[in-house]
Each structure stands twice: as structure tokens, then as C-alpha cells.
Design a protein around this ligand. Structure first.
Ligand SMILES: [Zn+2]
Ligand SMILES: [Zn+2]
Ligand SMILES: [Zn+2]
Length: 346
């Protein structure tokens, strides 16, 4: 008799049933028809800058380099390469006056959603998604992530900055123009907090970084996808999504703020290759991605930033919602085997 496997995440107390028996293949998902977001007038396209609040950051071409600027109330910058604007319907909003920790955290069950919620328009090209955009443009995107992370994380009421991307209607992107979102929060969100606690305990016990050890362990195993001199990509052992993959810097770094110029280029190349392979294999599926990082100086020894990519190919229903245990119908080994193939590279 053979069974599926119940696997636990490397660090989180999170379990997933992996369908090792009769697991599915990427082609099983590729046949699903994709829904397109309805497009009327796109507020993110060049020429429509007046439809959004003033940009807090724009990248403008300047000779062979980039000039950073921002909009004013009555003047919107044109000919931009990157544009970061406040979200019209923010989940977290900045305080109008100085606010203390005590005023934000009311009690253990209540805090005020003080922070920032921004939209990063990744390209003047409506369809300039990471899977098919140019490497120089993707470098601008990553540099803009870092710029916003630096500015937002310096604010006294900000404890965490989440940088994420929704791709496709089913993954929550109500507009199809290539964009990411940035949310700065007054507390460290649950998943990252749990990774921090677990990696701290691991460090105390082993005096090594749990994530460095995971990368080392996955680097020549069945879940390995690709590597270059700076980054490694692999499908995590207890993936909760079919085709899920994670990207780690090889150098031990706590947040994106520590990246060197050469690493930014390398990250752009790694992201483009992996996302393009996903797009090719599964017919441009909806997906979400999010960076995990730490802004806590104490975490420098044990926390290691990374990017997690979650393709949206399954529906989480009664079992997942009522138990917190997931069912993944594709093994991460199958996902990696397919994402590893070079013939699907751009
Ligand atoms: Zn557009
Ligand atoms: Zn590390
Ligand atoms: Zn993580």
C-alpha cells in the first residue's frame, strides 16, 4: 500500500499533503483557459498620470543613467520608466501627525493600521511583466523596490515592509498593467515573524543560518531549479502551491537593502528566467509573489531574505480553510524537474 506524504515546512508549523501518488504535471494546468482583466482606460499607462495621486517616486531617463524625481500636486512627470503612487484605497495609511507606539498598539488584539500602501508601476509598457520585460527595466523595478524599502523602513512607526506582486485577475490584480504593491506595516506579519522565531532558535542551537543551510541542502537535490553566481532557485520541500518556487541570494543578507549592484542584475535575470519558464509551462498562470525580509538589526545573523513565488493553480476549499493544512496535487520534485529544463528558457 502506498500513501501520499504529509510534509512540514522547513521552519513554519505548516503542513501540506503532497500528492506523490498520481500527482499532476504542469500540462494538466496549462489547459485551463485564462481570464483577462477587462481593460477600459488604464490609469497606469503613460498619458493618464492625472488619473492617479501624485507619484512619490519616478525614474526618468537622464543621459545613460536614471534621475529620481517625484510629482507635485499640480504637476505630473511624463516620460517615466518607473512610477510609484499611493494606493487610492490604502489598507494602511500614514499618520497626519507624530504618533507613538502606544497610540498605534492599543492592546494585544488591536492596533491601528498605520503605515503606507503604494503601487509601483513597473513599466510604461502595459504588458511589461517580469517574464517578458527587458533586464534593464527589471533592474529599475528592483532598484525602485529598494528605494521605497529604504525610505519606508526609516519611518519610526514602520516595523515591516511587504513588497509583493499580484499577476492575473484570479491572483487579485484588478488592473492588468504590470505593477507591484508595497505595504508598510506597524507590526511584523505572522509568516515572517514565525520564520524569524524559528530561524533564531535554529541559530542558537547550530550557530548557522537556517536559510543558508536550506539553500545548501536544496542546491544539488531533486527540487533544485537553477543557480548563477549570486542566486539559487528551488521548489520548497513542503510547497503549498503547485509550481511554487523560492529564490535566495547565496550571500547571507537580511534584507534587500544589503544587495550590491551586481546582485540586482543577477536577481533580475533569475526572476525573469524562472517567471518566463512558469509562463511558458503553464500558459501564463496567475501568480503572487512576495519578498520576505527583516528590518531588525538583531536578526542579522539568522534571518536571510528571499522571494517566494506562488502560482495560483489550485482552489483552497473546505479542508484548507478549516484546518490550515494544505493539499498540493503536484510534487515540488515534479515542479522543479519541469522548471529546470533549459529549453523553456527565454
Ligand atoms: Zn496600462
Ligand atoms: Zn543565511
Ligand atoms: Zn519565507
Amino acid at each position: 500500500m502506498s500513501f501520499n506524504e504529509l510534509r512540514k515546512d522547513y521552519l513554519l508549523d505548516r503542513w501540506v499533503v503532497i500528492a506523490t501518488e498520481r500527482g499532476r504535471r504542469p500540462t494538466d494546468f496549462a489547459r485551463q483557459p485564462r481570464r483577462e482583466t477587462k481593460t477600459s482606460v488604464c490609469p497606469m499607462c503613460p498619458g493618464n498620470e492625472h488619473m492617479t495621486p501624485p507619484a512619490v517616486l519616478v525614474y526618468l531617463k537622464s543621459g545613460s543613467g536614471i534621475k529620481r524625481d517625484k510629482d507635485t500636486n499640480d504637476h505630473r512627470r511624463k516620460n517615466w520608466l518607473i512610477r510609484v503612487i499611493p494606493n487610492l484605497y490604502p489598507a494602511f495609511s500614514p499618520p497626519k501627525t507624530k504618533i507613538s507606539r502606544k497610540q498605534i498598539v492599543k492592546n494585544k488584539n488591536l492596533s491601528l493600521a498605520v503605515g503606507h500602501h503604494e503601487v509601483l508601476v513597473e513599466s510604461p509598457d502595459h504588458g511589461g511583466h517580469p517574464a517578458n520585460t527587458s533586464i534593464p527595466q527589471l533592474i529599475h523595478v528592483i532598484n525602485a523596490y529598494v528605494d521605497r524599502l529604504r525610505e519606508l523602513s526609516a519611518k519610526p512607526y514602520v516595523q515591516y515592509v511587504s513588497i509583493f506582486r499580484n499577476h492575473g485577475l484570479e491572483a487579485g490584480a484588478s488592473l492588468s498593467h504590470a505593477h507591484s504593491q508595497i505595504i508598510a506595516t506597524p507590526t511584523v506579519p505572522k509568516t515572517v515573524a514565525e520564520e524569524m522565531v524559528a530561524s533564531k532558535a535554529y541559530w542558537k542551537k547550530n550557530r548557522t543560518c537556517a536559510f543558508c543551510d536550506i539553500v545548501e541542502q536544496e542546491h544539488d537535490g531533486p527540487r533544485f531549479i537553477l543557480e548563477n553566481s549570486k542566486f539559487t532557485a528551488f521548489a520548497p520541500y513542503a510547497s503549498i502551491n503547485p509550481m511554487e518556487f523560492w529564490i535566495f541570494p547565496k550571500k547571507h543578507e537580511t534584507s534587500l537593502l544589503q544587495m550590491e549592484t551586481s546582485e540586482v542584475k543577477s536577481l533580475a535575470e533569475t526572476m525573469k528566467t524562472c517567471l518566463n519558464r512558469l509562463k511558458t509551462l503553464v500558459n501564463d498562470p496567475p501568480y503572487n509573489y512576495g519578498f520576505h525580509l527583516s528590518l531588525n538589526r538583531e536578526a542579522a545573523d539568522y534571518y536571510h531574505w528571499h522571494l517566494e513565488v506562488y502560482p495560483k493553480l489550485a482552489v483552497w476549499a473546505g479542508f484548507e480553510k478549516s484546518t490550515g493544512v494544505y493539499i498540493n496535487t503536484m510534487t515540488p520534485e515534479t515542479a522543479a524537474e519541469n522548471l529546470r529544463r533549459k529549453n523553456t528558457a527565454p
